[in-house]
Design a protein around this ligand. Structure first.
Ligand SMILES: [Zn+2]
Length: 254
C-alpha cells in the first residue's frame, strides 16, 4: 500500500489515515487534521490554506481570550456581544463595539492548544456574505429532514474564509439577515433580494475560480476583471467605520 508523509509534521501515513489536499499534498488525520476546525474543507484546500488556517486559529484564539471573553460579561449595553447560536459546538459572536466577529468551535479534547474554546476572528468589515442555505436528506427511517444553515463569507482573509453554521430552525435566519443588513446600512427590499443573492453567489464563484487560477498560473485578464465586476456588484454598504474600529481593536492585541 502506498505510503505518504504528512506535509505538516512529516509523519508517515497510510492511505486510510491520510487527508489528501487539492495540490496533491497529504496531511495526517491523527494529529494535523485535528488542528483544523472540523468545518474547514480540506478537499479544495492547498497546503498554504491549511497552514494559514492553523495560524488563523492560533491568532483568533488569542483575540478571543483578550477581547471577546471580557466582553461576554460586560454590563455596558453598547459593548454587548450578539450571538448567532449554531447547533452542536459552533457559535458566532458579533462585537459591534470592536468591529470584530468570532467563529468558535468548542472542543473538550483539542490537543493543540490545551484549552477548550477556539476561535477564528474576522473583521466585520470583511463580511461579504451571510446567506441562507438548506439541505434536505432522508433519515434512517426514510423520513425527510431539512437542515438550515447560514453561510458566512469573508474577503481579505487567508485561512478559512467560508463556513456555515447550522441553525436550530428555519425561523432563525431572517433575524440574522436583518441584523447584519442594519449593521451595514444595507437596504434589502423584497424586490431586489433575489437579485442580490444571485450576485453574491456569482461573486463567490468568481473569487473561488480566480484563486484557483492564480494557483494554477492559468488566470487571464478577462477572468480578473470578471472577478472584480462581480465583487463590485455586491451591495456592501459603507464599511469605513467598521474597518477603523476593527483595526484599532486588533492593534491592542498582545
Ligand atoms: Zn501530521
Amino acid at each position: 500500500m502506498a505510503k505518504h508523509n504528512c506535509a505538516i509534521c512529516g509523519a508517515e501515513i497510510g492511505l486510510i489515515s491520510a487527508q489528501k489536499l487539492a495540490d496533491g499534498n497529504y496531511i495526517c488525520r491523527k494529529n494535523c487534521r485535528k488542528k483544523l476546525f472540523k468545518t474547514f474543507d480540506c478537499v479544495p484546500a492547498y497546503l498554504q490554506d491549511v497552514t494559514d488556517h492553523i495560524a488563523q486559529i492560533e491568532y483568533g484564539t488569542k483575540v478571543w481570550n483578550q477581547i471577546f471573553v471580557p466582553l461576554k460579561k460586560t454590563k455596558v449595553k453598547e459593548e454587548k456581544l450578539r450571538q448567532v447560536t449554531g447547533i452542536q459546538e459552533y457559535q458566532v459572536y458579533v462585537s459591534p463595539s470592536t468591529g470584530l466577529i468570532a467563529f468558535n468551535e468548542n472542543r473538550y479534547k483539542f490537543m493543540f492548544f490545551g484549552k477548550t474554546e477556539y476561535a477564528c476572528v474576522y473583521r466585520l468589515a470583511d463580511l461579504v456574505t451571510y446567506e441562507y442555505d438548506s439541505e434536505t436528506t432522508k433519515n434512517s427511517e426514510g423520513k425527510e429532514e431539512t437542515r438550515h444553515y447560514c453561510w458566512f463569507g469573508f474577503q481579505n482573509t487567508s485561512g478559512m474564509n467560508y463556513f456555515r453554521v447550522q441553525l436550530s430552525n428555519s425561523g432563525v435566519y431572517p433575524a440574522i439577515e436583518k441584523y447584519f443588513n442594519e449593521l451595514f446600512g444595507i437596504q434589502k427590499t423584497v424586490r431586489n433580494m433575489f437579485q442580490n443573492a444571485k450576485r453574491e453567489i456569482n461573486a463567490a464563484k468568481a473569487v473561488v475560480g480566480a484563486v484557483k487560477a492564480v494557483k494554477d498560473g492559468t488566470i487571464d485578464e478577462a477572468q480578473v476583471s470578471d472577478t472584480f465586476d462581480a465583487l463590485n456588484a455586491i451591495d456592501l454598504g459603507d464599511r469605513t467605520e467598521w474597518i477603523a474600529k476593527a483595526d484599532a481593536a486588533l492593534a491592542q492585541v498582545k
